[in-house]
Design a protein around this ligand. Structure first.
Ligand code: PXL
Length: 266
């Protein structure tokens, strides 16, 4: 199985490619990468230095295709500017295979630093290309225009999921849902049916765990698991990662000891 992961390379502070690559490899998937930007750290650290790869994206992708690059799945994550989203749309159109979109642009009700309204509009266009959309609650709210609610209930999740389905994917998972009753998990929709996953909230949020969730879900979908099974595996991976991480820091979570468990599940 072959996956292409299109997202940034943050050199320190585990997230995006530095988690997707080891996770997909640990799932036995051969992984190619297309870095959208190289950053000294992710933008959760103050003053991150950033080198966008905007001009390189299309030539790099064209070259991969010209020498026989073919992918069972192409997944996308953090993009450093709205123009990149248009280029990534073009790249997605070039390749066959499943398209898994994580419209990474915010969390906890706010956009990440550097993100703008224009970026949200460009991400909407990208979402129209996706077979599966994996926004967190914040991103789902920005994409649909439905106001963000920190502690959602089922009705609110269904409203968000239905609105996301209007982008035309086969299925959606809304991640990072802190349900009102001390539980945490995700809500999803496929073929008009809503489903969800809830587990007791551990109470620490960790930077980069959304990217880990997306990598495991995309990997499991690539291996032929259905959407609820893939997203449940991802949630269980993230839970164990948080438990293995003593404190919440921007350096990221200790997912490495959980990789052998992941391999056993597939
Ligand atoms: O984990 C999401 C993410 C990915 N990439 C970069 C980020 C963030 C979140 O802050 O800054 C560069």
């Amino acid at each position: 199985m072959q996956v292409l992961s299109i997202q940034d390379l943050s050199c320190m502070g585990k997230c995006s490619l530095t988690v997707a690559l080891p996770i997909l490899s640990a799932m036995g998937i051969s992984t190619s990468v297309l870095p959208t930007a190289v950053l000294s750290t992710h933008t959760g650290f103050p003053g991150a230095a950033i080198q966008p790869m905007t001009e390189n994206l299309l030539p790099f992708a064209n070259h991969m295709a010209s020498v026989g690059g073919e992918f069972d799945t192409v997944c996308t994550g953090y993009l450093s500017d709205p123009h990149q989203a248009n280029i990534v749309c073009e790249i997605l159109d070039q390749f066959q295979g499943l398209k898994v979109i994580d419209p990474a642009m915010g969390d906890h009700g706010k956009l990440y630093s550097r993100m703008t309204e224009e970026h949200v509009e460009a991400m909407k266009e990208l979402c129209r290309r996706g077979d599966f959309l994996l926004p967190n609650l914040t991103e789902a709210a920005f994409l649909t225009g439905i106001p963000y609610r920190e502690n959602p209930n089922g009705m609110y999740l269904i409203e968000l999921a239905e609105a996301l389905c209007e982008f035309g994917p086969k299925g959606v998972i809304i991640t990072g849902v802190d349900w009102s009753d001390g539980m945490t998990g995700w809500g999803g929709m496929q073929n008009g049916r809503f489903f969800s996953y809830q587990a007791k909230r551990i109470g620490r949020s960790q930077h980069g765990t959304g990217d880990m969730f997306s990598a495991v879900t995309a990997g499991a979908l690539t291996l032929g698991k259905n959407l609820p099974v893939a997203a449940t595996l991802a949630a269980r991976f993230v839970e164990q990662t948080i438990l293995a991480t003593p404190a919440s820091t921007p350096f990221g979570a200790n997912f490495e000891p959980i990789l052998p468990w992941l391999w056993e599940q597939i």
